[in-house]
Ligand binder design. Structure first.
Ligand code: MHO
Length: 255
C-alpha cells in the first residue's frame, strides 16, 4: 500500500515537471493579438513591392510558434528563424551555446508598425518568466535607435504597470544565424495533412530558400500554426494563388 502511494506520488512529480518544461518551451501560439486592428493585407502575393522594408527580431521561447504568429500578420513580407545573442560563431540547434531562438521579420512599416509588432511580441509570451535555458529567453534585438527607444519605453511602461521588472533584454542585433531548414516554417512543413500544399509551394518557388522567403509561405505557416482565425483564412484564401486542390486541403485541415 505504502509502495503504491510512493509510486503515484513520484509519478505526479514527474508529470508536474514535464508539464512545467512544456510550458517553458511551448512551441505553439494563439491568434495574433493585433489582427482585430490591422485587417487589410495588401502584401498577400509575392509580387507586392513595398517602398520601405524594416526588419525586427525577437526571441520569446521556442521559435516555431513566433514564426507563425508574425508570419500571418498583414504587412509582414518574410520571416525566418535562427540564433542570435550568443558568442559562438556558427551556432546550430545542437550547439546553440548562449544564443536565443529568434524570429526575424521583414515588414512594410506603412502597413504594420514596429510598435504593433512589439505589442504582439509582448502579449504572446511571458516576459516575466525565468526560462530554464538561455535558448528560450526573452530578447528584443533592435536594428536601429528608434527600435531601441520603443523597446526601452515598453519595458519601462510594463515595469511601472506590473511592479516587477520583465526579464526581457534589449540588445542591438549583431550576428543572426539562420536555423536549419527543418525549423523554417515548421508548422507548415511538419503538418502531415498539409503535405500537398507544402509540395505545391516548393514547386512554385523552385527552391527551399525561395519558399522560406515567400510571403505566401509565411501566411500559410501562420494559418497552419493557428495564429489567425479560420474566418480570416476563408477571406484571404483566393488571394494566395493556390490550386483548387490546395485550397480544399487547407479548408479541411484548418479549423
Ligand atoms: N520542446 C521542443 C523544442 C523545439 S524548439 C525549436 C521540441 O523538441 O519539440 O526549441
Amino acid at each position: 500500500m505504502k509502495t503504491t502511494k510512493r509510486v503515484s506520488l513520484s509519478a505526479l512529480i514527474i508529470a508536474g515537471a514535464v508539464a512545467l518544461a512544456t510550458v517553458g518551451s511551448t512551441c505553439d501560439t494563439t491568434v495574433s493579438t493585433i489582427l482585430d486592428t490591422v485587417i487589410e493585407d495588401p502584401v498577400l502575393d509575392d509580387g507586392y513591392l513595398s517602398e520601405q522594408v524594416e526588419t525586427a527580431s525577437f526571441a520569446m521561447g521556442c521559435f516555431w510558434g513566433p514564426d507563425s504568429l508574425f508570419g500571418v500578420l498583414p504587412g509582414v513580407l518574410r520571416t525566418r528563424v535562427g540564433y542570435a545573442g550568443g558568442r559562438s560563431d556558427h551556432p546550430t540547434y545542437a550547439a546553440i551555446g548562449e544564443h536565443a531562438e529568434t524570429v526575424q521579420i521583414d515588414f512594410d512599416p506603412a502597413v504594420v508598425s514596429y510598435q504593433q509588432l512589439l505589442d504582439v511580441f509582448w502579449t504572446h509570451h511571458d516576459p516575466f518568466s525565468h526560462p530554464f535555458s538561455p535558448q528560450y529567453r526573452s530578447v528584443i534585438f533592435t536594428h536601429d535607435e528608434a527600435q531601441r527607444q520603443a523597446a526601452l519605453a515598453l519595458l519601462e511602461r510594463a515595469t511601472a504597470e506590473d511592479g516587477r521588472r520583465p526579464t526581457t533584454d534589449v540588445v542591438a542585433i549583431s550576428a543572426f544565424t539562420r536555423a536549419e531548414d527543418d525549423h523554417q516554417k515548421y508548422k507548415l512543413q511538419s503538418a502531415v495533412r498539409l503535405r500537398g500544399v507544402y509540395g505545391e509551394l516548393l514547386a512554385r518557388f523552385g527552391s527551399f530558400d525561395a519558399f522560406v522567403d515567400s510571403t505566401v509561405a509565411a501566411r500559410l505557416n501562420g494559418y497552419a500554426g493557428g495564429a489567425a482565425s479560420r474566418e480570416r483564412l476563408e477571406r484571404v484564401l483566393d488571394a494566395l494563388g493556390l490550386s483548387e486542390a490546395s485550397k480544399a486541403t487547407l479548408l479541411a485541415a484548418i479549423r
